[in-house]
Design a protein around this ligand. Sequence first.
Ligand code: PLP
Length: 255
Amino acid sequence: MTSTETGNDIAAFRKRLDSIHARMAAACKRVGREPSSVSLLPVSKTVPLASIRTAIDAGCRMFGENRVQEAMHKAESIQDPDVRWSVIGHLQTNKARYVARFADEVQSLDSAKLAQVLDRNLQKQNRQMDVFVQVNSSFEASKYGLSIEETPAFVQSLRDYPNLRFCGLMTLAIFDAEEQEVRACFQRMSGLREQLRENVLSADARCDLSMGMSGDFEVAIEEGADVVRVGQALFGARGVPDSHYWPGIHEGTTS
Ligand SMILES: *Cc1c(COP(=O)(O)O)cnc(C)c1O
């Protein structure tokens, strides 16, 4: 690749990044929120290393990845101590020991068993990790995550795991739905956060909401998202159907 091509890549990436930040800021303004209070997690699943390096050159310092193998390979290849990796896809307990080594955050914590195994492996590594509890806010059987009803007790139980730092809740809204239904998912999450603040968390505890993707991040921000996870709007359309990452959903729901 010539330096000119690299320059074009960066310029094109910066343009998409700026455009997303502008849309995030506009969504914040509509509901009287401070734009700096919402952060963007670039989702780099299926994205080649060269594009991730371009994103790093453009200032990105954290990437969301869905699959452990892919994430680990990328983390090892990039080898940059300033770059952090967030696991956002369903995690099998037998992969927890790898995640404990390279990841800085897990957003898809969805079972007591996983919390236990992750904590134990982090202990061995003498590390702590930021965790978000994944909640199924759309009532779809195909989605991972705890039900809204079981979440408060689960969050409370995380106190038993000193190597997990509870940071908040993560959700995927219903796919292919009317905006009203998508918004209702995000509203359930805001309600759940209020409930946690009243009954489970200490007054100053962090409880961020990670919600919103390429197709719905503005609605998510309007309903209280603190982190939006954006892949395709930033890196371009994926060649792999979403069913590859989310078993159970029907094909063709990408984009
Ligand atoms: C892929 C993915 C995203 C980003 O989706 P885009 O449509 O590419 O923005 C967000 N969250 C999770 C959990 C994902 O797997």
